[in-house]
Design a protein around this ligand. Structure first.
Ligand code: SAM
Ligand code: SF4
Length: 329
């Protein structure tokens, strides 16, 4: 295991963290992401188990130690458990996380943990059942909260909740989420709504700046925690009266890109240097045999020359991402 990741860009940033999408498909219809549900295309052609293992091994060989499985909804893949189990056996992986909408979590949490997953992010946009249903298209809040408890019982030490901040939908719930974490060792992270190719009108109606959350936290005496190594993009806030923490992911903030430490690979094997950057660079032809590992690693290192210092969301340029289900949020 190498101490220092070798994947670096021309701006001095290093990349120990890979977010791997394993499917575009999803069974929810979140209003900001897939309001009409997932539409199957003729060429799903997602990475196979072998391709996934070769890809992750190459990244780990270059110093990556944190992998997040995402999508779409990663758990809709019938071989999700095999994927997780296989990745968890690759020497050098320290953290194997996934982001999920929590579908059927009560009965599945233990299988996920036993497969080697050790960190879970569950998306919960509202603690009010009717609002939750309005946002996600599913009346499943109770089941997902039960699933969250089951994660602790199953052995997960890291349980986080993702909440997209939505004006007129859940912006009155900040205090409810603060109360919710008071007696639980979890982190709720509010995500500032991102504008994508498909959600322009929705964005105009529902976007709120992340400062809306931080101002409230500071008002209530919460303070910013120092950033941990390999951490994602959230700023984390703590309060001595609370077991849990509250985080904020604010991609429009000035310094968001300075601490970028993650790369993304899509479900069809395209390396995305930035969530909003470009169409991606295909790695797939180098995932066909174990003999190609060195060539694959050299390609990844070479492509880092094209990583830009920042995204251009501020100028309203969303790159080509139609919605985050197509590349994993
Ligand atoms: N289906 C899984 C889930 O929802 O947790 C994983 C994939 S989803 C694309 C990953 C995260 O991105 C979720 O927490 C979701 O709420 C968030 N997300 C999706 N679209 C977004 C947008 N336009 N702005 C901000 N966050 C978004
Ligand atoms: Fe599906 Fe996740 Fe997008 Fe919701 S945010 S529609 S659960 S991919």
């Amino acid at each position: 295991m190498k101490d220092v990741p070798q994947i670096a860009d021309n701006f001095g940033r290093r990349f120990p963290y890979l977010r791997l999408s394993i499917t575009d498909a999803c069974n929810f219809r979140c209003s900001y992401c897939l309001p009409d549900g997932y539409k199957k295309t003729s060429s799903e052609n997602y990475l196979s188990l072998e391709e996934i293992f070769r890809l992750v091994a190459a990244f780990v060989g270059l110093g990556a130690w944190k992998i997040r499985l995402t999508g779409g909804e990663p758990t809709v893949r019938p071989d999700f458990i095999e994927i997780a189990h296989g990745i968890s056996k690759i020497p050098g992986i320290q953290k194997l996380a996934f982001t999920t909408n929590g579908y059927r979590l009560p009965e599945r949490a233990k299988d996920y943990f036993d497969a080697g997953l050790n960190a879970i992010n569950i998306s919960i946009d509202s603690l009010r059942p009717r609002k939750f249903e309005q946002i996600t298209g599913h009346n499943r809040l109770g089941e997902i909260l039960e699933g969250m408890q089951e994660c602790f019982r199953s052995g997960f030490k890291t349980v986080k909740i993702n909440t997209v901040l939505l004006k007129g939908m859940n912006d009155k719930e900040i205090d409810d989420f603060i109360d919710f974490v008071a007696d639980k060792p979890i982190s709720v992270r509010f995500i500032e709504l991102m504008r994508t190719g498909n959600n322009g009108n929705y964005f105009a109606q529902h976007h709120l700046p992340g400062t809306y959350v931080t101002e409230r936290l500071l008002q209530l005496g919460w303070s910013l925690k120092p950033r941990e190594e390999g951490a994602g993009p959230a700023q984390e806030f703590k309060n001595s009266n609370s077991m849990g923490t509250i985080g904020l992911i604010a991609p429009y903030s000035e310094d968001f890109c300075k601490t970028c430490n993650r790369l993304r690979v899509s479900a069809r094997g395209n390396l995305h240097l930035c969530l909003f950057g470009e169409g991606g660079y295909s790695l797939r032809q180098l995932l066909q045999s174990d003999d190609q590992q060195e060539e694959l690693q050299n390609k990844i290192l070479f492509l880092m020359n094209f990583k830009k210092s920042t995204h251009f969301l501020h100028e309203g340029n969303t790159g080509i991402t139609p919605h985050l289900a197509s590349i994993g949020g």
